[in-house]
Design a protein around this ligand. Structure first.
Ligand SMILES: Cc1cc2nc3c(=O)[nH]c(=O)nc-3n(C[C@H](O)[C@H](O)[C@H](O)COP(=O)(O)O)c2cc1C
Length: 255
């Protein structure tokens, strides 16, 4: 599922908040189910399940009306939120590539009976359906994002880090910071205490999901430039503003 076909989507995807009521064609839904079966986790040792839910099955006062929702469920252990972000971002990009509108919905709430599935706990929703607004952006200049030098001190890895820069994040927080070298990138997340916004209690959950999304973009960009990335958690300390998350070891794929 993580391949260079998703790379161009990074430069045009956007959140869609207006959906056509009608469900998508059966063929699109079948292809989506196939793609769900092909998802690549960040951490193999975390059990997850992805469910396609229908109209009315996800609510909450800040919910968005749409014909379909994807809910991800996970066992709760170290890294499970990073992993959930990493997994669902593959579907966000796949659906956008297919011309289907999507929205990460942190403020959604599934019906009570859908809060758990096969012993796994509900994590977050991706809304999807036919868009009732412009589906894509036309250029990177339409993204409201920090500049590259605000999110990284690395020289020479711009092509990879640009994909992180454009990643979606909760309330557009863009909590990521990357340092080191192109071959060994240490990836950090802004400390929760420095995130100030109305949804503060939920940010504890959203920040690691944001970081998982960013790692997914990094991996896809690497694939596009024939590079392989191995993510390894190392014994690195955090600093005043940033929490250490993981290190990305990048190498060129031969041939
Ligand atoms: C984890 C997460 C949760 C989000 N929750 C919501 C939400 O509840 N409601 C909403 O309208 N947008 C939500 N968003 C969408 C972000 O606001 C959006 O991705 C960000 O502003 C960047 O805009 P873009 O996706 O159009 O590039 C969420 C995004 C992420 C990554």
């Amino acid at each position: 599922m993580i391949n260079s076909e998703l790379y161009p989507v990074i430069f045009k995807r956007k959140s869609i908040r207006k959906f056509v009521k009608e469900p998508l064609e059966q063929s699109v839904m079948e292809e989506l189910k196939y793609q769900i079966s092909k998802l690549e986790p960040l951490f193999e040792n975390i059990k997850t399940d992805v469910a396609i839910l229908g109209e009315g099955e996800v609510g909450g006062i800040f919910s968005i009306k749409a014909p379909h929702y994807i809910a991800i469920y996970s066992e709760e252990k170290e890294g499970h939120l990073l992993n959930a972000g990493y997994l669902l971002q593959q579907l966000d990009l796949f659906l956008s590539k297919e011309g289907v509108g999507t929205l990460w919905l942190g403020m959604g709430k599934p019906q009570e009976t859908l809060n758990a599935r096969n012993g796994l706990k509900y994590v977050i929703t991706l809304v999807f359906g036919k868009a009732n607004e412009e589906i894509h952006r036309n250029s990177a200049s339409e993204y409201k994002r920090k500049e590259l030098n605000e999110i990284s001190s690395i020289d020479g890895a711009e092509k990879l880090i640009e994909a992180v820069r454009l990643a979606p994040s909760s309330t557009n927080n863009q909590p990521w910071y990357i340092e080191g070298t192109e071959n060994k990138m240490a990836i950090y997340c802004k400390k929760l205490s420095l995130v100030k916004n109305t949804f503060f209690p939920l940010m504890k959950k959203f920040l690691p999901i944001d970081m998982g999304i960013a790692l997914c973009h990094l991996k896809i960009a690497a694939a596009n430039f024939d590079k392989e990335i191995d993510f390894k958690k190392e014994n690195k300390s955090s600093n005043k503003n940033y929490e250490y998350i993981i290190t990305a070891y990048t190498k060129q794929i031969d041939g």
